[in-house]
Write a protein that binds this ligand. Structure first.
Ligand code: FES
Ligand code: FE2
Length: 452
């Protein structure tokens, strides 16, 4: 195959190396703008949990690229989403990241045009009457919204290419026995990372780094010590039972993803013996989120880009609603994932800093990084650049000249001279993601060269 095929049928690893995406795609603002249009303004994006908006009129504001979106509960079982922009002269409607629209009314802070929760314009106080004004022409700009098992998604496309169920696809099957809709978030972390969103997903999509970066996790997941996710990627792998797909599972006597490998909490009702024994089930919905089911808890990670070189993760830990965890319970299920995310965050940020090298036009994928190949091709195609079709790397001449980018970067260097290291700075925020507005227009953090 032109871009690297499998070693043998059933084995997914590549039989030859292949190039990564061009280095500039990980920091070029123009390419980021293309990706916003092609991917982030077209795909379904997870913006939180239904339970975080319990009352009619509760709202949250989410930033996606340059766009600010308001999501509100419009009725007991319904949500509405609209752009955070007034139809009069375009002022921002919401000045806070979360709150409640009192009396079911969205009131613009500028000239007090007033909208119902469905977006219809219901009052224009102080407006002089004219014959040509029809309020029906000035409803809020709608954004598509839908839910999946308690998660709220939006889609900024005028006409989404797929429904939410179509977008999620069969990946949801892996978690069908976990009672996601009735589970409750018992802990949330908002994690800003100074890396391009593709670097985050590429790191997620390979375990080549696991033996060195995640020694604690490798004790729980022995297959990761081999630098692969799945046992089926190892040479000579044979199914151990009927239906064995060789997915990576816990081992060495481990039961779940905790530092000790042991469950500290009760097994969730409804799981099969196989699901309990495997100890882990992944469902990935690139680029919006992934969800991980364990026998005793569930973790979700939602991803939103905040700039060409920055993302924000919203991470939730879920337990069955009837379970009232104490501090030790929460600690038992959060400490290993937090450690792993911190380790991943650090290498993602190192990766981001390194790709700025003037001589680094492109990296190279090793055989076990085959999922990165899949994802980078998807990203390339999604953003309108086709490498798979030609079988050849994108040529540098199609990209912004590197010296221009270098100059632009220098202009954006922090004037404070602060040493910018890994920015993993998790903090608890509830009930739903708090995302800085207008982050697209902020200069991205440009890491210095000092190592911590
Ligand atoms: S801009 Fe909103 S009422 Fe004038
Ligand atoms: Fe990792």
């Amino acid at each position: 195959m032109a871009d690297g095929g499998p070693i043998e049928p059933g084995v997914k690893t590549l039989d030859r190396v292949r190039p990564t995406l061009p280095a500039s795609w990980y920091y070029d603002p123009a390419h980021y703008a293309r990706e916003l249009e092609a991917i982030w303004y077209r795909d379904w994006l997870c913006v939180g949990r239904a339970e975080a908006l319990p009352r009619t009129g509760d709202f949250t504001v989410v930033s996606v690229g340059t766009q600010s979106v308001v999501v509100t509960r419009s009725a007991e079982d319904a949500f509405e989403a609209f752009h955070n922009t007034c139809r009069h002269r375009g002022a921002r409607l919401c000045r806070t990241d979360a709150g409640r629209f009192r009396n079911g009314r969205v009131i613009c802070p500028y000239h007090t045009w007033t909208y119902a929760l469905d977006g219809s314009l219901v009052a224009t106080p102080g407006r002089f009457e004219t014959d040509d004004f029809d309020a029906a022409n000035y409803t809020l700009y709608k954004v598509h919204v839908d839910t999946w098992r308690g998660f709220v998604f939006v889609n900024l496309a005028e006409t989404p290419a797929s429904t939410l169920p179509e977008f999620l696809g069969s990946e949801t099957d892996a978690l069908r026995n976990w009672p996601l809709e009735s589970m409750r978030s018992v802990h949330q972390e908002i994690i800003p990372l100074a890396c391009n969103w593709k670097i985050f997903w590429e790191n997620y999509n390979e375990c080549y780094h696991c033996p060195r970066v995640h020694p604690e996790l490798c004790k729980v997941m022995p297959v990761y010590r081999e630098g692969v996710f799945d046992a089926a990627d190892l040479p000579g792998w044979q199914p151990a039972y009927d239906g064995d797909k060789g997915f990576g599972t816990v081992g060495n006597g481990a039961e779940t993803w905790t530092l000790s490998g042991k469950k500290a909490l009760p097994v969730i009702d409804g799981l099969t013996a196989r699901e309990i024994e495997d100890g882990i089930a992944f469902a990935s919905f690139t680029a919006a989120m992934f969800v991980v089911g364990h026998p005793d808890y569930v973790r979700s990670v939602c991803v939103l880009p905040t700039g060409p070189e920055s993302i924000e993760l919203t991470v939730d830990w879920f337990l069955p609603a009837e379970f009232e965890p104490d501090e030790d319970d929460v600690k038992s299920i959060t400490e290993l994932p937090m450690l792993v995310m911190q380790q991943d965050g650090e290498v993602c940020e190192l990766n981001q800093r390194g790709v700025h090298c003037l001589q680094h036009e492109q990296g190279v994928l090793m055989p076990q990084e085959y999922r990165c190949g899949d994802s980078t091709n998807t990203f390339a195609q999604g953003s309108g650049w086709t490498r798979r079709n030609s079988g050849a790397p994108i040529v540098a001449s199609r990209l912004q000249p590197r010296h221009d980018l270098f100059r632009a970067r220098n202009l954006r260097q922090s004037p404070s001279g602060l040493k910018l290291g890994v920015t993993f700075a998790a903090k608890r925020i509830s009930p739903i993601a708090q995302v800085a507005e207008n982050s697209f227009n902020m200069p991205p953090a440009i890491p210095g060269t000092d190592m911590e």
